[in-house]
Ligand binder design. Structure first.
Ligand code: ADP
Ligand code: MG
Length: 580
């Protein structure tokens, strides 16, 4: 037991194991002076009370299969003994049907239960942590810090158990009250309503693994801060902090998240208990997956898909209800074909991708037409009244933003950021399909370049060709650009080449370059995208909006900044105090 929070965790897990539906926690002085956990669970029989304080006296392992796949919260059978050895610990409990309660206190009654008053359930009371080892007590942090750890511990357990009500008191004051309810309600109560509204639902299931919960939409991701828990990840109902999961999450967000922001999420991974080793760490916030790379792949893919889903799909996220009871392990039946790692049965939010028709759609020009050639064709049969999530353009604001109106209210789009993302995704597709079409320049461009740039250009001639550039040396300090990828031909080409050469140089040998595909294409997209202060016509703006609706990850530019924002009529009314 390293600190009050570790004690609290064991006591809460015991209450939950005992089937409690309502748990009250009272702390004093950050839990150092007192931790009292009262539950309405099954209670403990008189004769089992003394046993409960003995090492290795667990009631939880009855068969060998239990041992292999313990789904209950703890199974070491020594938590209470350990707590009792470093504090003044007592258990008062009344088993169902018992005429009265019994109390046992390791240090007072010498291990013999005494009659006590309690209507039902169990009260576990720990007083004066480390009273007998003052040196350890000194190492405890401030009351506020220890309380913070306790409250975090309670929140983690509460997230995994929305069916249980919790109340938390500190120094006599109520600090948290969680009524039992659905998982979404519990998440909202702990992570905030904002989070549940700005998060995207996740629900992916495969033969023997599933992932569900909520994950923040990249544009709403909070700024990085080391002191706050941002990632609530659970494996089979238990909070864990795991490198494999954390890495998969980071990777999934890598392409859509601005550097200074970090994901905020609450995700439940359920996996065959035989495929995970939970006991690698005594505090059990760590796990070891037998097949770490398969788990990594599954989680990465699941999140990547959710984050990539176009605006049209994501905009309906708030009305979504989560599948409940995440802690109960999914059925690991043998009926599923084994070996399939990802079945990808997605439970997307209700709203399907909306049909598109825009009478002005033919009026694209320049960048819009090109980029569009790789996108799904626009169907002309759909009704005129079809609603576009991003609405219709009204005007361009200072050459930077598109002002549009949709059914809900007002939409603002950062034109450059949006186009940059569209271009980036289009470039990725074209590059992967080796369909990067080249466009010869009417007038080849000659420009000054440094010796290093020239050396890089010559060393990477092949990859430059694959990317769609024809670049050669035309003088000691001059490069000649004859052709560029058609997708970026309207960009600022010379700047683009300088940036691209810098990018290529930083990756060294050309064999390394392909592993930096994303960075290179992002650089191209950044300089190929329409710049601020370029005037767009209304049809061009509408075309951009339609492309955003069907482009993966179009809610963020390549640097993770949001590309659009919306204000509903209600929000607008609020700004003007209408109806108040
Ligand atoms: P473990 O939980 O690993 O079995 P513990 O030392 O935490 O070991 O608890 C020992 C035993 O005491 C449990 O197996 C359980 O039978 C009993 N027990 C502890 N707390 C409670 C509780 N709140 N309600 C009912 N039984 C409890
Ligand atoms: Mg226990």
């Amino acid at each position: 037991m390293e600190r009050p929070a570790s004690v609290l965790k064991e006591l809460l897990e015991n209450s939950i194991d005992a089937g409690a539906k309502s748990i009250e926690v009272r702390l004093e002085e950050g839990g150092v002076r007192l931790i009292r956990v009262s539950d309405d669970g099954s209670g403990i029989e008189r004769d089992d009370l003394a046993l409960a304080l003995t090492r290795h006296a667990t009631s939880k392992i009855r068969t060998l299969t239990d041992l292999e796949g313990v789904v209950s919260m703890g199974f070491r059978g020594e938590a209470l003994a350990a707590i009792a050895s470093v504090s003044q610990f007592s258990l008062t409990s009344r088993a169902k049907g018992a005429p009265h309660a019994w109390r046992i206190s390791a240090h007072e009654s010498g291990g013999e239960p005494e009659p006590a008053a309690l209507t039902s359930g169990t009260v576990a009371e720990m007083r004066e942590l480390y009273y007998n080892t003052p040196a350890r007590r000194k190492f405890l942090k401030s009351e506020a810090t220890e309380f913070g750890h306790c409250s975090e511990t309670l929140k983690r357990i509460a997230l995994a158990h929305p069916e249980v009500a919790f109340t938390l008191f500190h120094n006599g004051r109520p600090v948290l009250k969680l009524t039992h309810g659905t998982l979404s309600e519990r998440i909202a109560a702990i992570l905030g309503e904002d989070f549940t509204q700005e998060a995207r639902p996740v629900f992916v299931e495969s033969a023997n693994i599933s992932l569900s919960g909520l994950t923040i939409a990249p544009a709403h991701a909070p700024l990085s801060s080391p002191n706050r828990e941002r990632q609530y990840t659970f494996v089979n109902g238990r909070f864990v902090r795991d490198k494999v999961l954390a890495h998969a999450i980071r990777e999934a967000y890598r392409d859509v998240l601005h550097g200074s922001r970090q994901p905020l999420l609450c995700l439940f991974l359920n996996i065959d208990p035989a495929a995970v080793d939970v006991n690698v760490h005594p505090a059990k916030t760590e796990v070891r997956f037998r097949e770490a790379s398969a788990v990594h792949h599954f989680v990465f893919r699941a999140l990547e898909r959710v984050l990539a889903s176009p605006i049209a799909d994501a905009s309906a996220g708030s009305g979504y209800t989560l599948p409940s009871a995440p802690q109960s392990a999914v059925a690991y039946g043998g009926h599923e074909e084994s070996g399939s790692t990802f079945r990808g049965s997605f439970q997307r939010p209700e709203q399907a991708r909306l049909p598109m028709r825009d009478s002005a759609a033919d009026a694209y020009y320049g960048f819009v037409r090109e980029a569009h050639s790789t996108l799904p064709p626009i169907s002309s049969e759909d009704s005129e009244t079809a609603e576009h999530p991003l609405g219709y353009a009204l005007a361009q604001v200072h050459g930077v933003y598109i002002l549009a109106q949709n059914a809900a209210g007002l939409v603002l789009v950062d034109m450059h950021a949006a186009h940059e993302r569209i271009l980036y995704e289009t470039l990725k597709n074209a590059f992967d399909q080796r369909a990067m079409s080249m466009q010869s320049l009417l007038v080849p461009a000659v420009f000054r370049a440094s010796e290093r740039e020239i050396a890089t250009a010559l060393a990477h001639e092949k990859i430059l060709g694959e990317l769609g550039f024809s670049l050669s040396q035309s003088g000691p300090e001059e490069l000649l650009l004859r052709a560029v990828p058609a997708l970026v031909k309207n960009g600022e080409l010379i700047q683009l080449i300088h940036a691209l050469l810098a990018e290529l140089e930083s990756h060294g040998a050309s064999s390394l370059v392909t592993s930096h595909r994303d960075e290179i294409l992002a650089t191209m997209a950044c300089h190929g995208a329409v710049r601020a202060n370029r005037l767009l016509t209304i049809p061009e703006m509408n075309a951009l909006l339609r492309q955003m609706e069907v482009t993966e990850r179009s809610g963020q530019c390549n640097h993770g900044r949001p590309t659009w924002t919306a204000l509903s009529m209600a929000e607008l009314d609020k700004l003007f105090l209408r109806g108040k």
